[in-house]
Design a protein around this ligand. Structure first.
Ligand SMILES: O=C1O[C@H](COP(=O)(O)O)[C@@H](O)[C@H](O)[C@H]1O
Length: 233
């Protein structure tokens, strides 16, 4: 394996995982605020992060100094039930975390390419590097919007990319997507892969055991420091 092996954090229940991950991320955000006066967090969408978002939203810290963005987004407005921004706003930007600044990836544009250019400009102006990146993973081994069948996957996963946001077209994704690029994501001080259930565990274990070519493996291999896998049944 080219990269540094990830570290496993296993929990008996999804609630225990959510509480522990929220506590760890809150510590990282507090440390960043202490060190540089602000903190920068990227979170995933999908079905997995709900409990973690609820727990993190109740953590006491100076949320007015925190910027939250997304690891990836569907090219849909916030009014869509498939919007990751809508999910993050409803489940994370509440309670204590309602004071945080949210930076969306979706911008109204005629094409996802133009939307990605607008997002790249906006997101570039944020306080890089990320302090924490919380990735999810699909059962197909995709993470962020690095789908196995994405057009130009090598460019999306290029560790030398100078882009921060790129458009994604993949038949399996449903609609066009926007994603942070690999170097933007893995440059974070803390990189977490949050997965739940036996099936996803098997997928990531198989990806780590052999060169499957799955995007999750490329991300873990190309991260400059060991990622943390958070898993519960
Ligand atoms: O499409 C997406 O899926 C993955 C995994 O989602 P889940 O529903 O299986 O938890 C997610 O990490 C990503 O942000 C999202 O856009």
């Amino acid at each position: 394996m080219a990269g540094i092996s990830p570290h496993w954090n296993e929990f008996a229940t999804r609630d225990e995982l959510a509480a522990s991950l929220a506590s760890t991320v809150a510590k990282v955000l507090r440390a960043a605020i202490g060190r540089r006066g602000e903190a920068f967090l990227a979170v995933s969408g999908g079905t997995t992060p709900g409990r973690f978002f609820a727990a993190l939203s109740k953590e006491a810290l100076d949320w007015s100094k925190v910027t939250v963005t997304l690891v990836d987004e569907r090219f849909v407005p916030e009014s869509s039930p498939r919007s990751n921004a809508a999910l993050a706003k409803a489940k994370l930007l509440q309670n204590q975390a309602s004071e945080a600044r949210f930076a969306p990836l979706f911008h109204e544009a005629a094409t996802v390419e133009k939307g990605a250019d607008l997002a790249d400009t906006d997101i570039r102006a944020l306080p890089w590097p990320l302090d924490a990146t919380i990735l999810g993973m699909g059962g197909d081994g995709h993470t962020a919007s690095f789908f196995p069948d994405a057009d130009g996957l090598d460019a999306l996963l290029d560790p030398a990319s100078t882009r921060i946001v790129m458009p994604v077209h993949a038949d399996s994704a449903g609609e066009p997507r926007l994603t942070l690029t690999l170097p933007a994501l893995v440059g974070a001080g803390l990189v977490v892969v949050h997965i739940e259930g036996a099936e996803k565990r098997s997928v990531i274990e198989a990806a780590l055991a052999a060169e499957t070519g799955l995007p999750i493996r490329a991300v873990l291999d190309r991260a400059p420091r060991a990622a943390e896998i958070y898993w519960a049944p």
